[in-house]
Each structure stands twice: as C-alpha cells, then as structure tokens.
Ligand binder design. Structure first.
Ligand SMILES: [Mn+2]
Length: 353
C-alpha cells in the first residue's frame, strides 16, 4: 500500500472543481469508480466532470450518469482545480497525459501494484480487488457521503468488473460485504450482470467465433493464446469488453496457467494481454515488455508486427513458465482488464486493465 486515503480525502476537501479520469481502454471498474466519485463530490457541493481518454462503447450505457461523461478531444480545456486519476497511473491516460503533466494538481487512486503513486496526494492499494472498493471506502468512511442508488450501481459494476462478478481470486469477504451494502442501496445484481456479460450484438459474438478459430495451446497445455487481427476486427471498435469476452476462452482451459491474447493494433504495434493463475505473475511478464498490471491480469504493447511480437512473447513466457517463475508467492490482487494497467491480483481484465 502506498500513500494514504486520508491524504486523498484532505486534498479533495481542499479543492472545489475536479476533473476525474482513468485509463485508456476503459473498463467497468474505472468508469464505475469515476462516476460514483463524481456523484459523491457533487453531493458535497463540489464541481466534478468525468473525462474518458477513450470513447465509451455502449457497454457502459447502463451506468447512471454516463451521459454526463465527456470523451477527451484535443480542444478540451478544463477549468478545474485538480484532477483525480482513478484505476491507473497518470501515464496511462492517453491524450490527457500532457495535461496531467502540465502542473495541474493530481490526486491518484488505484489498486495496481505496479503503480508507485503519483501526484500531490495518492493512495495505491493492491489488496483492493477493484478501484471501486477504494472509492467505496473514500465515499463512506472519509467523505461521509450517504450512498445513493446511482453511486451503488456504479460501484457494484466496478466491483463486478474486476472480480469477474465475484469469481476471481480477489473476491473475499470484504468485497462481498461491500457488494451487499451496494445491493441494499439499490444495485440490482441480475440486471448489472446482464449488462456486463450478455446484451451483445450479433457482430460481437461473430467476432468471438473468428477469434476462437485462432485458439492455440502449448505442447504441455499450460499456456494458451488467442489472436485478433485488424482484418478480423473490421469496422468494429475495440473495447475492454472485447478483451474480457475473448481472453476468457484460453483462460478457461483447465490445464492453462497463462492465457494470452494478441491483438494487432497497427502494422508494427501489438497489444498483449495476460491472465494467469497459480502464482504465475502476469505483471512480471508484462513488465519485461514495458507493461504492467496485476499479478493475475496484466498487459503490454509491443512495437513489433503481430507475428514477431507473438514469437517473442511466447518464447519468453514459455521460458518463464519452465523456470521457477511460478515458485514465488504472489500477491493478491485485483483484476483488471488488461493493459498495462493492473495491480496485484488474479485475472481477467483489461488490458491493463
Ligand atoms: Mn481496476
């Protein structure tokens, strides 16, 4: 754990107008946390606006308050006193990075163990299953804001997203007891699960069919991977939702300890997402390629064409799996979507996430 939540609360009390943002490839934890925090700040008379670095697909439409959320554009000129960066380090905020480095006060709240903490106040707790768990604590115990139904839905979606709806190893009694409070405040578990895991357009499921055709497994079965090319994606927009929908297939194979998804971003850029279990540290593997994340959910971006990136990662991963890579005791963590964002935890998520 780095920094302190009290320090974060003090910084929040000190300023009046906030911009709230999160990582690229947003996921339910980042967006739900941001919206709940926005609503809590407004409840105590602060100004707050959420700005997503990337477009929000319709996956997030059910989150209360999502219509007020802006998407970053070059001509964005926020007049705020401070920025709150949730669920990642500031460098993962895409187009907002120059602004975050411009000297504006930054408050950083996250659960990715690879985040050292940034800004004038920060709180990084890799033991939190989701950033939503930290936001819950901040809202209820530090800011003393009564939870509304809107905040409850957003926070429940956040916890659900990073725990695979209470299936991953970061699910514990605290997470479940917070979820119970959120349900008492109006979050509907069945409805939220439908929004997160069903409600897909035919084209989305059709993409899963194409991706499943690429599924491969290592000779000993401990590693499996799936590949998404630009051709397969076609006109579809990528989203964290697709990461979760696709990487679960290699991950669900019973012998697999390391699931990988390769995604062609450009001719010479490849996104790699990792999900692991049994003490295999995915964030360590992602770190070898400049990425990061959680113990069981991590990711990185490699500036090489897809076939080269794939060969490099598969060889490195096989060597690590063969060595004592798995013989360390790992942390616990949250899961996220992959990406270079993630903390210590167990698996799915975002790409850093
Ligand atoms: Mn998260």
């Amino acid at each position: 754990m780095v920094g302190s939540l009290e320090q974060v609360a003090q910084a929040i009390r000190a300023y009046k107008k906030f911009l709230i943002t999160w990582h690229v490839d947003p996921d339910p934890d980042s967006v739900g946390s941001g919206l709940a925090l926005q609503q809590a700040l407004q409840a105590i008379g602060k100004g707050a606006v959420c700005v997503s670095p990337d477009p929000l697909g319709d996956w997030f439409d059910f989150l209360p308050g999502i219509e007020s959320c802006k998407v970053f554009s070059e001509n964005l000129s926020p007049s705020v006193d401070a920025v709150i960066v949730a669920d990642c380090e500031p460098d993962r905020c895409g187009g907002l990075v120059p602004y975050l480095r411009s000297g504006v006060p930054v408050i950083n709240i996250d659960h990715h163990g690879t985040n050292p903490g940034f800004g004038q106040a920060f709180y990084i707790n890799p033991k939190a299953a989701a950033t939503g768990e930290i936001i819950y604590e901040l809202i209820t115990e530090y800011l003393h804001v009564p939870l509304t139904e809107a905040m409850a839905v957003n926070l429940y979606a956040a916890l659900s997203g990073d725990t695979g709806t209470f299936r991953y190893s970061n699910t514990n009694s605290r997470v479940l007891s917070i979820a119970s409070e959120l349900v008492k405040c109006g979050a509907n578990p069945a409805e939220i699960a439908v929004h997160l895991y069903e409600n897909r357009a035919y084209e989305e499921v059709d993409l899963m069919r194409a991706a499943l055709d690429t599924l491969e497994i290592s000779p000993r079965g401990e590693m499996s991977w799936i590949t998404v090319t630009r051709t397969m994606l076609g006109e579809r927009q990528w989203s964290g939702q697709k990461s979760e929908d696709l990487i679960k297939y290699p991950r669900m194979i019973k012998t697999v300890k390391l699931a990988i998804m390769f995604r062609e971003l450009e001719a010479e850029r490849t996104k790699v997402s990792f999900r692991s279990r049994d003490n295999i540290d995915a964030s360590k593997l992602a770190g070898l390629f400049g990425g990061g994340g959680h113990m069981y959910a991590a990711g990185c971006t490699i500036n090489k064409p897809l076939p080269e990136a794939k060969a490099l990662v598969l060889e490195t991963a096989a060597n690590l799996l063969a060595s004592d890579f798995s013989n360390q005791s790992g942390g616990k963590g949250g899961e996220d979507q992959d990406g270079r964002h993630f903390g210590a935890s167990q698996t799915p998520g975002n790409d850093i996430p």
